[in-house]
Design a protein around this ligand. Structure first.
Ligand code: MG
Length: 160
């Protein structure tokens, strides 16, 4: 059995009059994430972790933000496209671990729903997905609620 690990990171600015999508779940909030796509910062980090583990580059190479076909794109559908590429290379997902850094809103009531949504998108069991949320202790731009950042680690396996 071969194992490959990948890391992903993303950050998006919080602005008014945008939806806040995390892991495909719409979170009630007066601000949302700005971006070319639907700006799902968690799915972007997971997508990059998958690409990294499979040796397939990064999300910007796969889906250039200069390409108008990705304007307003569903991050879940981009992630499913990447999942297909990963499977074509013979990899299976062992597990996904993530951290969301958001000063507001409080995410603990939504973590279970986000976990199930991510697992469904990746077509894996929900206990193979971990969602952790924390604040930035009021420090810096994240602490001032100007942005939400995410980290993701993915482990892939291949072979017997
Ligand atoms: Mg992004």
């Amino acid at each position: 059995m071969t194992y490959k690990i990948g890391i992903g990171y993303d950050i998006h600015r919080l602005v008014e009059e945008r939806k806040l999508l995390l892991g495909g779940v719409e979170i009630p909030c007066i601000k949302g994430l700005f971006g070319h796509s639907d700006a799902d910062v968690l799915l972007h980090a997971i997508t990059d972790a998958l690409l990294g583990a499979a040796g397939l580059g990064d999300i910007g190479e796969q889906f250039p933000d200069t390409d108008p076909q990705y304007h307003g794109a569903s991050s879940a559908s981009l992630l499913k496209t990447v999942l297909g590429l990963v499977r074509e290379k013979g990899f299976l997902i062992v597990n996904v671990d993530t951290v969301i850094i958001a000063e507001k809103p409080v995410l603990s009531p939504f973590k279970k729903h986000i976990q199930e949504s991510v697992a469904q998108t990746l077509d894996i069991k929900s206990d193979c997905v971990s969602i952790k949320a924390k604040t930035n202790e009021g420090l810096g731009e994240l602490g001032e609620n100007k942005a939400i950042a995410t980290y993701a680690v993915v482990l892939l396996s291949k072979g017997e």
